[in-house]
Design a protein around this ligand. Structure first.
Ligand code: NAD
Length: 459
């Protein structure tokens, strides 16, 4: 039997536990279970589905401390942040779906006359293969699985190889509820298990992860001629205009870049500041960073834990070394934390950054912020859009008209002006360009998980 071991990135990669890797036979078996359960799950109707999912919500909520602790141990998310942003948001979205799905999925009348009625129905697509990354271990489950189950799809889910124990605990908790057998199924393993899952008898793929893996998944989905919703990487630009209040915006920019150790898909990853305010903003962010505590993620006071894995640490190190070799200046950080064993890296601020540096033209999944200056709005936009990614975008200006003009020219799926949070259950989440397609959340995301059926009839 092949096993997958989970390692603690905060404790010198000590093994925490392991799970059995799913074999091809087991993957097929889970897909068959999901297929067999699908008709009944669809036919019991949305009200009963919501009732059963409320029970799942309660069972998970009761054991949220356990889920939080294992998630933090597996991928180093500082406990306090994990509790607010992973568990907090995961349960918040879960609730929102249960409260709003019925209304959103109500059939829509597109035309009515004295003699005719035209109606669009939102029907489930069938069996969804869901493959997720590790950076929000609970949200990643909740955001992808709950909406699929609500609309009437059944699911075969694979969590990341970096957090299999979180996945296992969630599966065990769900098995203790009355959710009918086969509605939710889980498989375990890395890329090869994900690949095998997509090859099976499924009707929909919901994939979140890197662009490279997403492209492979899309190829496999296209061969099978099934729909794929792809939520991929990002390198969000942030344009700061000259008219801002630095004391107000510096702490928000810090949060947008450095929460979860900078491991957020749509997190602010490239800062583009008007030349007249450049030094001031760099100093303000440096001061904030240097006050923060790096250490054991299980401690309440820790703001920076380790990165999720050794491979992430090595990649980040290479990206920063490349920048320094090409002339970047390290304002703070720029190295591993010497006295801590694990995937620890100091939060880092880089200036004298040029577009040929990897920290600018690749996704940086760690606590590193490259900063560039600009003279004109055109130059700021050109640098912001000079990327293959198009997930999030951020703008700071007191002049709302100007901020909206810049927003209209940013090539991204989402834009936040002056720090307003767009990650809310009622909003669509997703990207353009190589950041993927399809949307999660809100009525947009729920509709994406259904197929439309138009029925026209006489009265
Ligand atoms: P990854 O692509 O390495 O892995 C993601 C998942 O895909 C894992 O479960 C992995 O086992 C699986 N996988 C890998 N190759 C596969 C293949 N060929 N076929 C099927 N499955 C495969 O990504 P990661 O390092 O785990 O996660 C970080 C990436 O995820 C970053 O790029 C980040 O921006 C992105 N992300 C995007 C969003 C979003 O909503 N857009 C959200 C979170 C993370």
């Amino acid at each position: 039997m092949l096993t997958l071991t989970s390692y603690d990135p905060a404790k010198n990669f000590l093994p925490i536990g392991d799970v059995a890797v799913s074999t091809d036979e087991e993957i097929i078996e889970k897909v068959v279970l999901a297929r067999n359960a699908q008709k009944e799950w669809r036919n019991i109707g949305i009200e009963r589905r919501i009732e059963l999912l409320r029970e799942v919500y309660n069972a998970l909520f009761e054991r949220k401390e356990e889920i939080g602790t294992i998630a933090t141990r597996e991928m180093g998310f500082p406990k306090k942040q994990q509790s607010d942003f992973d568990l907090g948001d995961g349960f918040n979205y879960f609730n929102w779906y249960l409260d709003n799905a019925k209304k959103i999925l109500t059939p829509e009348v597109t035309f009515e006359s004295e003699v005719e009625l035209h109606t669009v129905f939102y029907e489930p697509i069938g069996v969804a293969a869901i493959i997720q990354p590790w950076n929000f271990p609970f949200c990643q489950w909740s955001w992808s699985v709950v909406p699929n189950l609500v609309v009437g799809n059944t699911v075969v889910f694979k969590h990341s190889e970096e957090c299999p124990l979180t996945g296992k605990l969630i599966e065990e908790i769900i098995q203790s509820t009355n959710l009918p057998k086969g509605v939710f199924n889980e498989v375990y393993g890395g890329a090869e298990v994900g690949q095998s899952l997509v090859e099976q008898d499924i009707n929909l793929v919901c994939f979140t992860g890197s662009v490279k893996s997403g492209q492979k998944v899309y190829e496999a989905a296209s061969r099978k001629f099934v729909k794929a919703i792809l939520e991929l990487g990002g390198s969000a630009p942030c344009i700061v205009c000259e008219d801002v209040d630095m004391d107000e915006i510096a702490p928000i920019i810090y949060v947008q870049r450095f929460t979860n150790n900078g491991q957020i898909c749509d997190g602010l990853k490239r800062l583009i500041v008007h030349e007249s305010r450049f030094d001031e903003l760099v100093r303000a962010i440096k001061d904030i960073i240097e006050e923060k505590k790096v250490g054991d993620p299980l401690l309440e006071e820790t703001e920076f834990g380790p990165l999720s894995a050794k491979r992430q640490l090595d990649l980040l190190n290479e990206q920063v070394e490349d920048a320094v070799m090409k002339g970047a200046t390290v304002i703070t950080g720029g190295k591993r934390v010497e006295n801590l064993d694990g995937a620890y890296y100091y939060p880092t601020l880089l200036t004298n950054v040029t577009p040929n540096m990897r920290v600018w033209n690749e996704e940086v999944f760690g606590p590193v912020l490259p900063v560039m200056s600009y003279k004109t709005e055109e130059e700021a936009l050109s640098n912001a859009n000079d990327t293959s990614f198009g997930l999030g975008g951020y703008i700071y200006s007191r002049d709302i008209e100007r901020a909206e003009r810049i927003a209209s020219k940013l090539e991204t799926g989402m834009v936040s002006i002056n720090g307003i949070n767009y990650v809310c259950p009622f909003n669509p989440f997703g990207g353009v360009k190589s950041s993927g397609f399809g949307r999660e959340h809100g009525k947009f995301g729920l509709h994406d998980l259904t197929q439309l059926k138009l029925v026209v009839r006489n009265k």
